[in-house]
Design a protein around this ligand. Structure first.
Ligand SMILES: [Zn+2]
Length: 290
């Protein structure tokens, strides 16, 4: 994974932890992954956050976290649904067993989590059986289905779950993000004051998009610092890095990195979107002494 990809993956982990802390995490989740190990790792992280009773989830220190991280938590179940050896099928019998088990209240936690691996081998019959409980799960139950591709799931199942994709092309920078980064750098370096306001308009009512662009911008400013100190390394946004290196001092660039970090922090604390846009215009300009 490149630095960008690692950062975006970390962002995905953060998003999950925040949504669980706010108490509005969906009861059905689909994790789409190229590599099953990555997908299961992410599913276990979600399960850990769900059972954690600490403040910053996962806190790594409450007894639920210690159990989830070590020997296994009694309310986190993991299965690939294979009942016959030599068969890869996630069987309908396994789903039926999970369904009846789900109605038994949890042991220690106030939640019960089922990690269903091997989702790509869940046939239509098994998915329909799962759908029955996905439609109206007991309030304490959460399902996390791990699959190689969302295309292996029935539309009816997809409509009941929130999908998290950890396919590498989704972790890469999207065209929309790339364009936003380019126009933001151009606006930042422009003498026309209105340009920056125009460039921030794309983040209106969309703090999460602003966050993903700020993460990339912060990396671009760091790359520019690296370039100014004479190191050669392969970077994305070469044109923007060169323009920034020509126009700004290292001190400016350090301040820009700090502004990005401060704004990302504000977004994580659910800041108001209008205020965010105002701060973006003001703090970036101030950072470069304009
Ligand atoms: Zn914890």
């Amino acid at each position: 994974m490149t630095d960008f990809e690692v950062k975006k993956m970390n962002m995905l982990y953060d998003t999950v932890a925040q949504s669980i802390s706010r108490g509005n995490f969906p009861h059905g989740v689909l994790v789409e992954c190229e590599n099953e190990q990555d997908g299961v790792g992410f599913a276990r992280y979600i399960a850990n956050c769900l059972v954690c009773v600490g403040e910053n989830k996962p806190c790594h220190s409450c007894s639920a976290c210690l159990k989830a991280e070590k020997d296994g938590h009694p309310d986190i179940f993991e299965t690939d649904g294979i009942v016959k050896s030599k068969s890869k099928v996630f069987s309908v019998d396994a789903v039926r067993e999970i369904r009846s088990n789900a109605f038994i209240v949890p042991n220690e936690s106030d939640k019960k989590i089922y990690i269903l691996k091997n989702g790509q081998n869940m046939n239509e019959q098994a998915q329909n059986a799962l759908l029955k409980i996905l439609e109206e799960p007991p309030t304490y139950v959460y399902f996390i289905i791990v699959t190689a591709s969302r295309s292996t799931m029935l539309e009816t199942v997809l409509s009941r779950v929130q999908t998290y994709s950890i396919l590498s092309d989704e972790i890469k920078i999207s065209e929309k993000e790339e364009n936003a980064v380019k126009s933001f750098v151009e606006a930042l370096l422009s003498v026309d004051e209105l340009k920056l306001m125009e460039a921030t308009a794309v983040y209106q009512k969309n703090n999460q998009f602003a966050k993903s662009v700020l993460v990339i911008l912060s990396e671009v400013f760091r790359d520019t610092l690296v370039k100014k100190s004479g190191y050669q390394r392969e970077m994305r946004f070469t044109e923007q890095v060169n323009a920034l290196a020509m126009a700004l001092t290292s001190k400016h660039l350090l301040q820009l990195v700090n502004v990005c970090d401060g704004l990302i922090d504000a977004i994580d604390r659910n800041c108001n979107n209008n205020l965010l846009l105002v701060r973006m215009c003001y703090e970036f300009k101030q950072a470069i002494g304009r």
